[in-house]
Write a protein that binds this ligand. Structure first.
Ligand SMILES: Nc1ncnc2c1ncn2[C@@H]1O[C@H](COP(=O)(O)OP(=O)(O)OP(=O)(O)O)[C@@H](O)[C@H]1O
Ligand SMILES: [Mg+2]
Length: 251
């Protein structure tokens, strides 16, 4: 079973940015192949890597009965799903990207979630590292796409609202009895220091603060011009801070 790192937090705090830079860090360390999962229905992790995505897990037909007649002889449903997921995978240098996407038509997410959950269990054995970029909020936790993680990084910016969201996530992890090896708070987009109230809450949240990443204009410029963030130079303050954090995580 590979080491699984999940990134969560309120909307827009930098989960996707951090997930992509973590993948890049691990690739530089030689930890490949990595399975990268974009578990956000509004998927955009591929853009940060400069990759094109075709099919997503959401586009896998929900109505298995409609396709059962066309399943290759002797192929069970889960084998078929695994094959379809494999087809959806974007192969990149050192990592494979699986994109959850949205279900086709008016269907609910249950089927997509179930496929992702089942297939993740199988795939997790084939990759030494797995990184999951989650959607904002806590929905994905309740859907239990992954119940076992080695590291859960809860990202917050320096607003009180995102700290409160981080606190709720910590509570939910306990309530849902998820198995998390270690859970950390990560502050992103820090400028002019950490506000006193946020600092107080960070101290009280009950999980260690693994580090802080500064607000950096270069990240804005890259995103504003559609440049993949993985092309940020090594001397970017975001890349440097992330490296220190990842060193501490020992991933
Ligand atoms: N350290 C940083 N300095 C400056 N801008 C940043 C930094 N980190 C992230 N951003 C910017 O913040 C915005 C949100 O980042 P990102 O998409 O990574 O967040 P997210 O948590 O994944 O959002 P969502 O909840 O929508 O998935 C982006 O425009 C990104 O460029
Ligand atoms: Mg995101």
């Amino acid at each position: 079973m590979g080491k699984l790192i999940a990134v969560t937090g309120k909307g827009g705090v930098g989960k996707t940015t951090i997930s992509a830079l973590l993948v890049q860090y691990m690739l530089q360390k030689g930890s490949s192949p990595i399975l990268v999962v974009d578990a956000d229905p509004n998927s955009n992790l591929n853009e940060v890597f400069g990759l094109q995505v075709g099919e997503t897990i959401g586009s896998i037909r929900e109505d298995m009965s409609a396709i059962s007649g066309t399943l290759p002889a002797g192929m069970a449903k889960h084998e078929y799903l695994q094959m379809k997921v494999q087809e959806c995978m974007v192969e990149a240098k050192g990592f494979d990207l699986v994109v959850m996407g949205r279900p086709e038509g008016p269907g609910c997410y249950c089927f997509t979630n179930n496929v992702l959950r089942d297939v993740l269990k199988i795939l997790a054995k084939q990759y030494p590292r797995i990184v999951i970029d989650n959607e904002a909020g806590m929905e994905h936790m309740s859907r239990r796409i992954t119940t076992t993680m080695d590291h859960l990084l809860i990202v917050s910016d320096t607003s009180l609202r995102s700290m409160l969201a981080a606190e709720r996530i910590v509570e939910l992890v306990k309530e849902l009895k998820l198995t998390v090896g270690s859970m950390y708070l990560l502050l992103n987009r820090v400028h002019n220091g950490i506000p006193a109230e946020v600092k107080k809450r960070a101290d009280a949240i009950g999980i260690p603060l693994i580090g802080a990443i500064p607000e950096e204009n270069m990240v804005h410029d890259f995103d504003g011009n559609g440049r993949p963030l993985v092309e940020l130079p090594d001397d970017s303050s975001t890349v440097r801070a992330l490296k220190e954090i990842a060193d501490r995580l020992n991933i």
